[in-house]
Design a binder for this molecule. Sequence first.
Ligand code: ADP
Ligand code: MG
Length: 693
Amino acid sequence: MNLPEIFAENVFSDAVQKETLPTEVYKALRETIEAGKTLDISIAGTVASAMKKWAVSKGATHYTHWFQPLTGLTAEKHESFIEKEGDGVIMRLTGKSLIVGESDASSFPSGGSRATHMARGYTAWDPTSPAFVREGTLYIPTVFVSYTGETLDNKAPLLRSMNALDKQAKRLLKLFEIDCKKVSCTVGPEQEYFLIDEEQYLKRKDLRLTGRTLFGANVARGQELEDNYYGALKPRVAAFMRDLDNELWRYGVTSKTKHNEVAPSQHEMAPIYSTVNTAVDANMLTMEIMQCVAKKHHLVCLLHEKPFRGINGSGKHNNWSLTTDKGFNLLDPGLSPENNTFFKLVLTAVIKAVDDYQGILRASIASAGNDHRLGADEAPPAIMSVYLGDQLGAMVDCIVKGENYVAPKSAQTSIGVPESPIFPKDATDRNRTSPFAFTGNKFEFRSLGSQANVAEANICLNTIVADAFGQFADELEGKNDIEKAACEIVSRELKKHYRIIYNLDGYGPEWEPEAKKRGLLNNKTTADAVPVCYEDDNIGVFVRQNVFTREEAVARADIKLENYTKIINIEALTMIEMARREIIPAVSAFIEKLCSAVNAKKSVKGSLPCSAETKLIDRLSYLNDTADAAVEKLVSDLKAVKKGDIKKSSEAMAHVIIPDMENLRKAVDEMETLTSSEFWALPTYFDILYSVR
Ligand code: ADP
Ligand code: MG
């Protein structure tokens, strides 16, 4: 395999653009992409026709505007290139069709900001993310807005948040006389997933309808031996990963790392980081391709945050940094961060942003699936905090205490094997328990769910950091001694936001009460986390930075709660159906079999002992009744959930329906451990997690 040769072969990449476009047009397009210049409409026709020609040479007959509505997924509507000409047909893509598409917005979530009679929505070409050909269709990345201009997707606000960050960061850079045309946010998302056998998957209604198991007793061997993490790849998994890489590379996704994760059947893929906009598109495409490639291998790729209880769920670490067009990383501490005022100012801005807006940052990663992970000893808790590591942590401590900071001698590590080289020690150790950890020259936001569109978290992060930059710039502009004024800001703001820094174990039992003392938010469920988005301060920051209008911000919170409510509703209905039609009857049949065994034994002269059977009959009858009662309660509580008031119904889901589901599951999971496998038709955790070899 010649990787450079196949890399991005399905992408209308920079190289292809250069080759296929007239020089002037190519230059104008690059200016739009690199310097953010408004696209010159007059070049669209030329680009469209080159794009079509290239796509046709790759076997394409159709094109689609590819967008990211607020369903969390991507959407596409394929149009063929066909056009009538004379008696026959030709293939054409006009400039207009490239730039704008019309679509029915009323069938996508809009949080009430669209009435169905005002259904018009537009998709508009995003030239900063490259088009690609997939399965005979040219995919054109687009933003999705309504007729009246409200954003209906994740991409438009992401682009706006990138602009905000660029604008505000440049004000600070200018004050420090650092040369720069553009500041970009770069992101590397690490994607975790489960891979299971298709045959087992198809037998589980819960997996098929909700992406996770709603029942299932723990398997005898989970992850306690810690032997799966980085373990040797099983042949079927290795074959899948090989195919996945080959596919991803062809689409220009820089798949770099692959390995087994902590839980059995769990794995991870990480690409090389890129500008957040392309990183988001690449990640959305990655998730789709993962599922397609899995299918070819008769596997199923589960992207849900918590497919199985009792073992780790899946997340998506969002590595985030800020880079100028000259390649300068604003989060690079350099050799002596204590003397690097600019770095300290940037660091302080991030710390301030996370503290001031911990509520919306938490909400930006909230989902029904992710609620299962946060605070469950496998992902950082629902409390937002910042980890700085020993060195920066000590530096910040000194600033806050007004003490002089003396940097430790740069440490070197030897691995104790004479033949192997001595290597410099990283400035920060890893802290896997922090939601927001500084890792050398970037922050790793670790709370994102595995199936999330990472745009959401980055929209929030970019916006709140841009706002902090803006506030600092407001204060510094016009000052004579920038260094001195900046140091004052750093010291004042670090003191003010010191509470958000936590360098110890975020999973430890001490943290929750400590965080409470510090006044930090700890919103455990989506229903509790999202309502902060309606608060004026939290809307204000988006409005100030031109990322959302007030209406858009409110609509998004509505959609989040609505989506959460719908998901829990589907899960509850699935449980009811499985319990009634699969589980309760199976247990009942087993009880009947046991009863006949008892009767048969009793009919033998002298009567044979049957305490094993009667004990089982007793317990299972009790549990089956308990399950039945739990189903009844779930049904009636679901009926009582107030429709119409989205805040109330989401709260009911979190605090009434989920506990009901929990009760039902408890009875069922115990029954699973007591029922003969001959009668238990559902594949168990053992069947599922140990099926891929
Ligand atoms: P880990 O050991 O936590 O898996 P890695 O060093 O493998 O971390 O990096 C994880 C991700 O972080 C990769 O996608 C990588 O490209 C990305 N990354 C590295 N540097 C940066 C940066 N400056 N900005 C954004 N992402 C980065
Ligand atoms: Mg990581």
